[in-house]
Design a protein around this ligand. Structure first.
Ligand code: F6P
Length: 480
């Protein structure tokens, strides 16, 4: 790389690094991706001459693209595209990230596959992200690396650019020792993460697991909020529960056309007495299958309320957003969920009155908010989840403090949304009882609980989350 290129590229004071860039291709045109994280990150990037380093979602781009990142611009932030080949995608993203790390970090709900060749690719791709970041950052800049795809980037980046202040945030759970010990590359992962100055987790239990593992596997000194790294640095560790863009959701929830759409949805469902709602990625961690089984049992217990030829008094709308279909366990999960939808409808529906309305596609926030408003009871029952932002979005949309949230104890959001009906999703009877409790809850109690949850969500949104992390990171950098 010539000095000229170096000088132009290295102009950014803040660099966000994530597997995906905040854009996606719609019929040949780049669009900004939805989501609170994207708006929070672009917000901080705009205010600090920033860049976002990530993959643009396209595979096997030309030789030139593979050799050098291309730069585009969105909302005042530069985008630095890290190319991936199909083979790299299959080893790095499907093989290691979603075939080994994702299941293991989610309580080993599915068996992980540990493939040494895939790990070599994971390491190479992480190196590519580190190099692209190193090229983009101004002297002394801050780099904020995100998630389980890039666990090795902090240390790789530090090696190339020791002048940078480096933060790492893990969006998914960090597992307990017994599970992490299964990982063949366990020490390398910890060393990779310890390249950061600040390592953030969704929950304090994740931070505790990490600290204990650093002590056990690397033999370093560590206490609850810091680890003394092998290269003699103080690495701060802490919990930073992520949130949503509350303002964006509230604005949508106030729009008359969105309210009218919610009314229309209930009409189209046949004006049921109760609408249950689930909105999830089609992922085995989300427990959609368990939820459908419990919903079937609920209907069986309420024979008086199952569909008659004229109506379906209790319905479930389940949105399942497909993804990762190259990974076998996701294909299996789709099969299981769709069989269950068929089975529950087969048992309880009447002609023209399904009890489960299943939508397998991604919805925009403009389509989701009317659903949040149309629902009476939101089901967020993952087997394990880093946070679960759907739970927070539902709460933010309920401007009039009505609606019940049934929330898994195993979602990060359960630490904050303690006024939800908290439930063990692995216990089908408990989920059914929670649904029953929601159906019969006194309206004053419904209001009281929702109002408490709204206070929690509205006082801690994603912009505040980003500011807090960056502020702690800057202080950490100053210490060093
Ligand atoms: O929950 C972890 C996460 O990486 C999110 O940050 C992201 O929105 C989601 O999974 C989608 O993952 P993918 O990039 O595999 O579609």
């Amino acid at each position: 790389m010539s000095d000229d290129v170096d000088a132009t590229v290295r102009a950014h004071h803040l660099v966000i690094v994530a597997n995906r860039l905040p854009i996606h291709d719609v019929d040949g045109e780049w669009r900004r991706s939805p989501g609170g994280l994207v708006s929070a990150m672009l917000g901080v990037l705009r205010s600090r001459t920033g860049a976002w380093v990530g993959w643009n979602g396209k595979l096997d781009q030309t030789e030139d693209d593979l050799a050098l990142p291309t730069i585009q611009e969105i909302d005042g932030a530069d985008l630095v595209s890290v190319p991936l080949s199909s083979d790299e995608f299959s080893h790095y993203y499907e093989g290691v990230a979603n075939g080994a790390l994702w299941p293991l970090f989610h309580d080993a709900i599915r068996e992980s596959t540990f493939d040494a060749d895939s790990w070599v690719t994971y390491r190479e791709v992480n190196r590519r992200f580190a190099t692209a970041t190193a090229r983009s950052a101004a002297p002394g800049a801050t780099a904020w690396i995100h998630d389980y795809h890039l666990l090795l980037v902090p240390a790789m980046l530090r090696e190339i650019r020791p002048d940078l202040v480096i933060g790492f945030f893990l969006h998914i759970p960090f597992p307990p020792q017994e599970l992490f010990m299964r990982m063949p590359w366990r020490e390398e992962i910890l060393r990779g993460m310890l390249g950061a100055d600040l390592v953030g987790f969704q929950r304090s239990v994740g931070a505790e697991n990490f600290v204990a593992l650093c002590r056990r596997l690397l033999g370093v000194e560590a206490d609850h909020d810091q680890v003394h790294s092998e290269d003699d640095r103080r690495v701060r560790v802490g919990a930073f529960p992520i949130s949503i863009d509350v303002h964006e959701i509230e604005q949508l929830a106030r729009r008359p056309d969105i309210g009218a759409r919610a009314v229309e949805i209930r009409e189209r469902l046949g004006n049921p007495t109760t609408v249950f709602l689930g909105v999830d990625r089609l992922d085995y961690t989300k427990g959609i299958d368990l939820r459908l089984i419990s919903f079937g049992s609920l209907l069986r217990a309420h024979t008086d309320t199952t569909s008659t030829p004229q109506s379906a008094p209790i319905v479930l709308v389940q949105v399942a957003v497909p993804g990762r279909q190259g990974v076998e366990s996701y294909v299996e999960e789709r099969r299981t969920v769709e069989q269950l939808v068929g089975s529950v409808n087969g048992e309880h529906a009447a002609i023209g009155y399904p009890v489960v309305h299943y939508i397998r596609r991604g919805l925009t926030l403009e389509e989701l908010v009317p659903l949040y408003l149309a629902a009476d009871i939101m089901l967020v029952t993952p087997r394990r989840d880093g946070m679960n932002l759907v739970a927070k979005e539902f709460v933010a949309a309920r401007l009039h403090d009505r609606g019940v949230l049934i929330l898994s104890e195993f979602a990060g959001a359960a630490d904050e949304l303690t006024d939800a009906i908290l439930v063990n999703p692995h216990d089908p009877d408990a989920v059914e009882m929670a649904m029953d409790m929601a159906l019969t809850m006194d309206p004053d109690e419904v209001e009281h609980r929702m109002s408490n949850m709204r206070k929690v969500v509205t006082t801690h949104d994603v912009h505040e989350w980003a500011r807090t992390f960056l502020c702690d990171l800057t202080e950490t950098g100053d210490d060093g």
